[in-house]
Design a protein around this ligand. Sequence first.
Ligand code: GDP
Ligand code: MG
Length: 440
Amino acid sequence: LGRKINGALKSLTAESVIDEKVLDDILREVCAALLESDVNVRLVQNLRKNIKQIVDFEELGGVVNKRRQIQKAIFDELCRLVDPGVEPYKPKKGKANVIMFVGLQGAGKTTTCTKLAHHYQRKGWKVCLIAADTYRAGAFDQLKQNATKAKIPYYGSYTENDPAVLAKEGIEKFKKEGFEIIIVDTSGRHKQEAALFEEMKQIADAANPDHYIFVMDGTIGQAADGQARAFKDAVPIGSIIMTKLDGHAKGGGAISAVAATGSPIIFIGTGEHIHDLDPFKAKPFVSKMLGMGDLGGLMETVKDMNIDKNSNIMKTLESGVFTIRAMRDQLAMISSMGPLSKVMSMMPGIPPEMAAMGEKEGGARMKKMTCMMDSMTDAELDSDAKCFTLQPTRIYRVAKGSGATVREIEEMLMQFQKFAEVIKTMGGSKGLLANMQKAQ
Ligand code: GDP
Ligand code: MG
C-alpha cells in the first residue's frame, strides 16, 4: 500500500503542471491502493472528497506550493484514518481494572500482555496477569516465564481446562489482594472461527472486563478488515495494539482495523522483548506507511538524548539545509543509540538493504562512511556536496586520506543525496519540526 501511494506521490513530483486532472489521476491511484488494502469503500470515498475540497486551485500559488498542499492533504487524511479521535482508555485508581486481551493465535497476545503489564508497573500501578488460555499447549508456561522475568504476579493452572473458570478464580484472588490492573490473556485460533468467539464470550461473561484490547498482527495486510470486524462483532473492542511492526511491514492494515472497530490504536509492538512497545502516534506511523521513514520517532529519540551533542543536527533540521556534516553527526548518533537495525529502520533515506544488513555489517559500513567524512575539510562538511561535482579532484583527495576507493566516496555522496532529497520532499524540516510540536 505504502509503495503504491508513494508512487502516486512521486508521480506528483514529476508533473510540472498541476491541475484538476492531475489531482484526479493521483487521487484515483491513491484510492485504488487503499481499496486494494481492504479499506472501507465509504472511507476511501470520503478521503477523495475531502482532499478535493481542501485543494483549491484558485487559491494555490506556484507549482511547488500546490504540490505541497496536495501532499499535505493526503497525509493529513491518512492520519485521520488511523486516528478515530477517541480518548484512549485510562484505568481508574482505587479499583480493580480488568483488561481482557483478544486476537488470533500468534497475533502476539501473550507477549504483548506482559509488555503492557510492565508498562503500567513502571508507572506505579499494581499489576498482575492471568493465563486464561487452555487451548494452546504450553500457553501457561509461556506467560509464567514472561511474567517471572518481568517480576509480575500471575495466575494460571496446569490442570483446570476451562478458561472462564480460570479467569474468574484469578480475578477473585487478585481483587482480594488489592491489584489495580488485572490483565487476562486468552487463547486464539488460527482463523476467526465460531469456537473461538464462543470461548471468548464465556471468558468475557466470567471476567466482566472493563476494557477489551484487540491484538492484531501488523503483517497480515488484506485480512485485517475481516479479522477486525469479526472480533468487533464478538466483543466490544476498546483499543487496538498492532504487533510485529519492527520488520518490513508498513502497517497498512491499521486503517482497516480502525475503520472496522472505531477504536484507537494505543500501542505498536516493535519486537519480541518487553521494552518493544511504543505508544502509537499517527503522523510517524503514516510517514512510515508511506515509506518516508519514521522521522517523528527519530526526532523523539534525538530529544531524549543529549541535545548539545547533537546541536548540529537540530540546527540543520531547523534551517532546512542538509549538509554532509549533518549526515556524519546523524551516523555518529545512530551508533550511540543501541540496536542498530531498529534505529536504521526509522531513518529516512536508509536503503532497506543497509537496514537489513545486521548489526555487524551495517556498523562496519557506517564506520567506513564516517571515516571518509572525517577526511573532508570543514568547508566540504558544511556544504551540500556540490563542490565535489564542481571539483572532482576533491574526491581523489578524500579517497586517499581515508583509505577508501573513489567508487566508495562516490557511493557515499550518492547516499548523502538520498538523505538530502528526503529532507527536501518533506517540505523542509522547518515544517516537519513545527508539525511534530503540534502533534504533542
Ligand atoms: P499469541 O498466540 O497471540 O499469544 O502470540 P504470542 O504472544 O505467543 O506471539 C507469537 C509470536 O510472535 C512469538 O514468537 C512472539 O515472540 C512474536 N511476537 C509478538 N509480538 C511481536 C512483535 O512486536 N515483533 C516481533 N518481531 N515478534 C513478535
Ligand atoms: Mg498466547
